[in-house]
Design a protein around this ligand. Sequence first.
Ligand code: IFM
Length: 452
Amino acid sequence: MHFDKNFTFGTATSSYQIEGAHAEGGRTPSIWDMFCDIPGKVYKQHNGDTACDHYHRYEADIQHIKRLGVDTYRFSIAWPRIFPEKGKYNQEGMNFYKKLAERLREEGIKPAVTLYHWDLPLWAHEEGGWVNRDSVKWFLDYAKACFTELDSLVDSWITHNEPWCAGFLGYHQGVHAPGHTNLDEAVKAVHHMLLSHGKAVEMLKKELASSTEIGITLNLSPVYPKTDSVNDALAANNADGYSNRWFLDPVFKGEYPKDMMNLFSKYVHSYDFIKEGDMEAISVQCDFFGINYYSRGIVEFSAAHDFMHKGAYSDYEKTGMGWDIAPNEFKDLIRRLRQEYTNLPIYITENGAAYDDTVENGRVHDHKRVEYIEKHLEAVSELNKEGMNIQGYYLWSLLDNFEWSFGYDKRFGILYVDFETQERIWKDSAYRYAAIIRDHKKSHSLQEEIAQ
Ligand code: IFM
């Protein structure tokens, strides 16, 4: 595999999944603290109270990041640390992220910062959460505080991480916080998230005249029909509309897909929450496009299911999440995005795999994760040979962490975390990733030496 000299290698985490310190530094609960308390929602009722204790151990974690040799580290800010109450700014919360970003820079690591990775303050939820259009204002107050305090320390801003999960898993399927099962609410929540994205980009660029790059991250999964039948083609179209186009079309074309608006109208009684100027705001010009890629989807027709599709049997090898390992389909996805949606530089802001890791004599031999990473990096390298302009790759995740409704049962880290002692153990995948980065850097400095 080969990468251009300026290709950036990174690793990623998010606030609720790693920080812990849930009641320190002025933080108040988020919707995830609330959701974890509801019996049956999260595996063994785990929660993020302590998580990886990164809030107290960030210095040591930065040393691990440095040792990996990555160029950049992607983390998210916990909104309830910054605005623990409506309209009440908390400097102590902001200071944590200032320190983190400063220390990363001192170590030569570029901070890539996500504003929203799902930990909505509980106070905002109590006022209707993302379903309430006022959420856009609340988000902009929060974004402004982050931009004002941190912009000089940050290399890239990501407004939202995976609005499909926050919106559809949270408000339609009920498996993420806040646990609602109402499509009418979900499409409104998504609309307000996307609108807050567009307006935050405009604020950074116009009002604050910043030149820091900014974009949004979508989780995308190419969908394939089980057979060549007309029915399965319809199923795949609808699944693609639900998972991908409902987000890609507004962000890049300034409109929601009409076929899905029709299908959704069984539950969504009116689209008049879309106000004049919203779609222009949502499709604002960004500097890059972030993609989280994990797997493909395969579906078949089912009249009994909403939107006429259900998951179909796949004989692909799976990760510990039961997700198909599909690097070729990743290539299909990127080619399609280039044809139908955007020329913006792409960053793969997440890619990785969960497996049932075990520690043997102080080592974790996670050869399946090593293979997964190699295959996807190989795919990135091949895509760039085709001119697809992928500028960076963030491995999910630096640490084993709180995997949402799966609690600590699923391990995505390249560093193993012993949740009893908080010891971090480098898995073989961490050594392999560090070696790939080192080889990349060596080959470029050798080329430069020879060229002189
Ligand atoms: O852990 C999550 C992350 O928070 C968002 N993207 C997918 C990851 C794995 O499920």
